[in-house]
Design a protein around this ligand. Sequence first.
Ligand code: CP
Length: 308
Amino acid sequence: MQLSTKHLLGIKDISREDISLILSTARQFKEVLQRPVKKVPSLREVTIVNLFYENSTRTRISFELAEKRLSADTINFSTSASSVSKGETLLDTVNNILSMKVDMVVMRHSASGAPHFLAKHIPAAIVNAGDGINEHPTQALLDAFSIEEKLGSLAGKKVALIGDIMHSRVALSNIHLLNKMGAEVMVAGPPTLIPKYIGEALNVKVEYDLKKALQWCDVANVLRIQLERQNQVLFSSLREYNLAYGVSRKMLDSLGKEIIIMHPGPINRGVEIDSDVADGHQSIILQQVENGVAVRMAVLYLLAGKRE
Ligand code: CP
């Protein structure tokens, strides 16, 4: 089987069948990653550049590790050590890199739509590693993989995305993916951090009361307050945000049921989630990170098979 797409720009653009294929391929790669020798020769002929115009810990390391496990040749690019600081454009930078015979580009950028722009102008396969407030498709795929691992399937499961929905590319990719795979989706948080009309536009429930959201869901995916993307005051203080919307041990204990706690990272401990929840027995935060490598191996392997 093959993907229907040459690039992975967003979950919005791919089919339910594409998602199922990526997740089933990732399950095979997760088995490879349990072996003493964790490397396969699948991408021995492929060169990949990791083009990170915005900071990253998990995604950048996870892609690089996935590429190495697949035996690809990799190049890492970060803006601070490049000629971007001398005024070079995105397209010039990428065309210069491609002239050195690069096959695939993994890109993170603060501008929404930057990978879509590149895909229109260059022949290499593009993987979106997070673009502005638009999408973070491999995060949604690894979140889905992690939920399936815990609960068996996504269909019919109730997933609440909690926090700064307005500025979250993780939220948008998760909403598209969970809807396509038949899960029920709720967004919860302060009204100022939830876009108006999101309920009808994206087929999600909207809840402003954290406890009601936690009582409703099987899985709570807690999102970071994206202070770096906010140019106006959208809540009174981090302390007050924590009191109203921080997921605490006391609140989880009051639910009368066990839910799964997820977070894409980086975590703001004591703001959107308390430490004893992030590190507690219901949390699968580090399993998400672990699964990211297998999921990214699957994405790169399947896209490499689509190259002309
Ligand atoms: N989840 C995520 O994208 O983390 P990084 O910003 O560290 O890559």
